[in-house]
Design a protein around this ligand. Structure first.
Ligand code: ADP
Length: 463
């Protein structure tokens, strides 16, 4: 019903988003925001913040002096407002971020869960002060909300910079946060690109940074914080992954194929948890690859609003160009085993399977529906584990096997944040399955887990 409502009321709606500030500041430029599945559909406009806007907002920013009880009430109130405005949030997720029906529904659920979970954890040590929360476009509601909710739960003020690809959703969600009772001085929204983020992470009024995005940007932020912010200012980072799965010859092939299709291609592969490199034991490789490519063929690529769609668009023109170029290069060297048809208009990329000799061939994370496949011999499991660990991107790892000893052996040795056995490789389930990486993939503790909010507090040892 909410989805029908979204369709009726918001299919043609236009939103005009911009900074939400506690002070007057000169506005930046205004730009049109378009639908990635249908570039002629204008979702609305956004007025950007500039580095001057950041300076004014940072001067006005304050920690939240409400009691722990009051903060908990307001966070739950935001969750209530998200639920009451489900149709509108759904429509923006769909039209601005290209989210499929299932993905949009799951994402609103996750955002609400974060609000209620952190809203139950407002008691504790005092806040750090004012946090900069810098979020990505791939979970434009859930990650945006999760970072802010954790910072607010601990009593911090927040300067939020959402991703430049998804400003409207962030603006609408931040409006609901204000409506629920978060003061304007406590939460300000600064839509913009990297320069706005850079202005934030170098402003000495900022006491800590929560960031989700690429490893490269995390490293730039780390450096900027060391040079400009107070010593010991916390950086809470969730970054990229080069995630692998091992399928041995005892695995149940149907189960493994279903898990792979979801893990690699759901959200058009635009998840940090997504499967990038599949290892199949060589004696089953041929039949297994055939089954996998058959399943890829059956996938439906198209308009996200259609419930039968499996794979929607990638986020924008640049993303499509980058992924297409990567696939074309693999095609030239004859390594593409399977690719699919896509609609002509819109930023669609074909789900593609590329042959490699191992994860060491992957130079960087390709943020799209591209899966690499390698084979290994029966006695090479440890070699595969060493190769995965050697990459240092420890976010997710999947194992499909029916050998119990092997589950133990591999789990003991593999250095990743999240291990998935005989199932799909997906991100957080708030409360029961916290999500986060190791090494180049993040700083921990995991989002959606009991220790996450603690990072947003001042602890006696560090005071
Ligand atoms: P992605 O590949 O997900 O776009 P990015 O790391 O580029 O990864 O972006 C994640 C977030 O970091 C976005 O909100 C982006 O605008 C922001 N960002 C990009 N460059 C910087 C920077 N130099 N300082 C702070 N934030 C940045």
């Amino acid at each position: 019903a909410a989805i029908d409502e979204a369709r009726g009321a918001f299919e043609r709606h236009r939103w005009d988003a911009g900074p939400l500030l506690a002070v007057d500041a000169p506005p930046g430029e205004t730009e049109t925001v378009k639908n990635p599945a249908r570039p002629r559909d204008e979702v609305g406009t956004v007025t950007w913040a500039s580095p001057d806007t950041v300076a004014a907002a940072a001067d006005a920013a304050k920690p939240w002096d409400a009691s722990a009880e009051e903060r908990s009430k307001v966070l739950n109130g935001i969750a209530d407002l998200y639920e009451a405005n489900y149709g509108e949030l759904f429509a923006i997720l769909h039209r601005e971020a290209g989210k499929s029906l299932q993905d949009a529904v799951a994402e609103i659920r996750e955002a609400v869960d974060f609000l209620r979970y952190y809203g139950a954890r407002t008691e504790g040590e005092p806040a750090v002060g004012v946090f900069a929360c810098i979020s990505p476009w791939n979970f434009p509601l859930a990650i945006f909300t999760g970072q802010i909710a954790a910072a607010l739960a601990a009593g911090n003020g927040v300067l939020s910079k959402p991703a430049e690809q998804t400003p409207i959703l962030a603006w609408r969600a931040a409006q609901l946060m204000h409506e629920a009772g978060v003061p304007k001085t406590v939460l300000q929204l600064l839509p913009g690109a990297g320069e706005v983020g850079a202005a934030l992470t170098s402003n000495p009024a900022v006491g800590g940074v929560a960031f989700t995005g690429s490893t490269e940007t995390a490293q730039i932020i780390h450096k900027s914080m060391a040079e400009n912010l107070a010593p010991g200012a916390p950086l809470i980072a969730e970054t990229g992954g080069l995630n692998a799965m091992i399928v041995d010859s005892t695995a149940l092939p149907e189960q493994a194929v279903a898990a792979i299709i979801e893990s690699a291609f759901q959200s058009a592969g635009q998840r940090c948890s997504a499967l990038r490199c599949l290892y199949v034991q060589e004696d089953i490789a041929e039949s297994f690859t055939e089954m996998l490519t058959g399943a890829m063929e059956a996938m439906r690529i198209g308009r996200p609003w259609d419930p039968s769609t499996d794979v929607g668009p990638v986020i924008d023109k640049d993303a499509k160009a980058e992924i297409d170029a990567y696939i074309a290069e693999a095609e030239e060297t004859g390594r593409v085993l399977k690719t699919c048809d896509t609609p002509d208009a819109g930023h669609f990329v074909a789900p593609t399977l590329i042959k490699v000799s191992g994860i060491e061939d992957l130079e960087r994370e390709i943020f799209g529906p591209v899966l690499h496949i390698a084979t290994f011999a029966a006695d090479e499991i440890d070699k595969v584990i060493d190769a995965i660990n050697g990459k240092g991107y420890g976010l997710t790892f999947g194992l499909q096997t029916r050998i119990d000893d092997r589950v133990q052996h591999v789990s003991d040795r593999i250095e990743v944040g999240n291990i998935y056995v005989n199932r799909n490789q997906i991100g957080a389930i708030v409360g029961s399955q916290p999500f986060g990486g190791e090494g180049l993939s993040g700083t921990g503790p995991k989002a959606g887990g009991p220790d996450y909010v603690e990072r947003f507090r001042k602890h006696p040892a560090e005071a």
